[in-house]
Design a protein. Structure first.
Length: 478
């Protein structure tokens, strides 16, 4: 059953309990007041003047004046059909006497020594009522009736019922306000949460729950749901991005592998068809197949390295001198391209990381600068400390890159000049590997470039635990 209906049922149940309780209390009060009146009437009726004791008849003779009293008094014979009123207190027209039925009076008349049996009779006119007691004379031939009006009892009961009605109305109003407040703070937010959940189930992951605050259970639930929805949305986005990267990666890898495989297949089919008869042609075909095989091997190695990095495997960390790795990379580059001017400004810097992977970072950055710049363009390599972090920079005087190219330069299989990259034997994964290794070490890789003014690739890494310098020493140029 919905909470709203439960509250409504509870409200109706409380209202019913209040009505029944008021009726019971009203009946109890009436019985109490009537019992008190009956005791008073019984006490008055038991007086000797009404019992005809001490040699007198039951009450004074008819027509004899009596002292005024608040009680109604009437005397009659058992065999007569009427009663004569003996009290003059109710002689006015505004307070009519009770309507006495002879048979009913005789039925309630008490014998001598027996307790009276009070009864109620209506007034002769109007809507008031009387409470009466009938007492028989000692000889049993006469009956005396003593009564009092119930106006005060009815007035008291009316006031009590009015108070009960006002109290019940106040309780119901308070319950209504409390129920509305509970619905507003509890049920309405839950309904909003249910609608939001339905919208999210329909695919709208951007929906959030409006909660009144953190001081209520509903508010805390809404905050927790919003936090959970944010994480779910991030997870879905990450999964979608990962799936997109996997699809793109698989497509790019397939494309990259298809080219050398096609070349190798073409040469083998040419040989099978007898098109490689001469030693010169066969040697050239073998050279090209070996070249394409090496290219595929390099591509597969790069893909395996990226796959291991994507799995976030723990690194084999040791203290590594980043400046020594850079110096080795500069020497290797000078040996491969002795005509290119390569400058190095290196200071001793120790980082905590995998030496082989960091060595590959240095080699990839320097190779990227050599391959993608014209022959003779200067390359500058520097290692230092900036803002309590190790920094490796490789700058060149090449043609530079525009903003669109710069934004994708670390993407996998991205080439600013695809035809030139394949001619040089590149796989388009060098800078992607640099970024992946740097992130695995808790660092960041980025680049600066302007068209016609060269490019600078930067790698920031955390310093080793024992290297807490904030200012780099004077650089040493090689």
């Amino acid at each position: 059953m919905p909470l709203r209906r439960r509250l409504l049922v509870g409200f109706v149940a409380v209202a019913a309990v209040l009505v029944v309780t008021n009726l019971a209390l009203s009946g109890t009060f009436r019985s109490f007041l009537i019992d008190r009146v009956d005791r008073q009437l019984t006490e008055v009726a038991s007086r000797p003047v009404f019992a005809g004791e001490r040699g007198r008849g039951p009450g004074p003779p008819p027509g004899e004046s009596q002292t005024l009293t608040e009680y109604f008094i009437a005397v009659g014979d058992r065999n007569a059909t009427g009663f004569s009123r003996r009290s003059s207190a109710f002689a006015d027209e505004d307070r009519p006497p009770p309507r006495l039925d002879h048979g009913e009076v005789l039925r309630h008349a008490a014998r001598r020594g027996a307790p009276p049996r009070p009864f109620t009779a209506p007034a002769e006119r109007g809507g008031s009522s009387w409470r009466l007691v009938a007492v028989s004379s000692p000889r049993g031939d006469q009956v005396t009736v003593v009564g009092t009006r119930l106006d005060e009892v009815d007035a008291t009961l009316g006031r009590i019922r009015l108070v009960q009605l006002a109290a019940a109305a106040a309780v119901l109003v308070a319950l209504g306000v409390v129920s509305w407040w509970m619905l507003r703070l509890g049920v309405h937010p839950l309904e909003d949460m249910a609608r939001t959940a339905d919208a999210i189930a329909g695919g709208d992951l951007s929906r959030r729950v409006d909660h009144p605050g953190e001081k209520t259970e509903t508010g805390r639930l809404g905050k927790a749901l919003n936090s959970m929805l944010g994480r779910i949305e991030e997870a879905f986005r990450a999964r979608e991005a990962s799936e997109a990267r996997v699809r793109r990666f698989a497509a790019d890898a397939s494309h990259e592998l298809r080219t050398p495989l096609t070349s190798i297949q073409g040469y083998t089919e040419l040989w099978r068809a007898g098109g490689l008869q001469s030693e010169e042609k066969l040697s050239e075909a073998m050279r090209r197949m070996e070249q394409e095989a090496r290219r595929m091997a390099a591509l597969v190695e790069d893909l395996l390295l990226l796959a291991r990095l994507d799995q976030n495997r723990p690194l084999d960390r040791t203290g590594v001198r980043l400046d020594e790795l850079a110096a080795d990379g500069v020497r290797d580059a000078r040996a491969v391209d002795p005509e290119r001017p390569i400058e190095a400004s290196l200071e001793p810097v120790v980082v905590d990381g995998d030496e082989m992977q960091l060595r590959q970072v240095v080699a990839n950055l320097i190779t990227n600068a050599r391959v993608h710049t014209p022959a003779g363009a200067a390359v500058r390599v520097s290692v230092g400390v900036k803002e309590v972090r190790a920094r490796l920079e490789v700058a060149d005087d090449g043609p530079g890159m525009d903003a669109a190219t710069l934004a994708k330069v670390f993407d996998r299989f991205f080439r600013a000049d695809p035809s030139r990259g394949r001619a040089a034997g590149g796989t388009g994964l060098g800078l992607a590997i640099v970024a992946a290794i740097t992130e695995a070490h808790g660092g960041r890789a980025f680049a600066h470039s302007l068209l016609g003014r060269g490019s600078t690739f930067v790698v920031d890494l955390p310093l080793a635990a024992g290297d807490g310098r904030t200012r780099p020493p004077a650089p040493q140029r090689t």
